[in-house]
Design a protein around this ligand. Sequence first.
Ligand code: ZN
Length: 76
Amino acid sequence: MPLYDYRCPRCQEVFELLVSASTKPRCPHCGGRKLERLMSAPAAPGRSAQIIKQARRRAAQEGHFSHYAPHERPRR
Ligand SMILES: [Zn+2]
C-alpha cells in the first residue's frame, strides 16, 4: 500500500497514512475528510522529507550553520 503525507486544513496537522484504493483517508486528529495530499519525492519516504523540511526551516531561522559539524554549532 502506498504511504502518503497528508495535511489537514482544519487542524493543520501533517501525518502519514497508508492508503489503499478502497479506503478514504481521514484526519486522525479531528476526523476531517478534506485532506491535502502532500507531494514528496518518490525516492524519499515522507517522514524523512518532513524532517529535512523542518531542519532546513530551523537552519534558516538560526542562520547558516550548515558548514559546521553538529558538535561545533553554537548552543542556545
Ligand atoms: Zn484534522
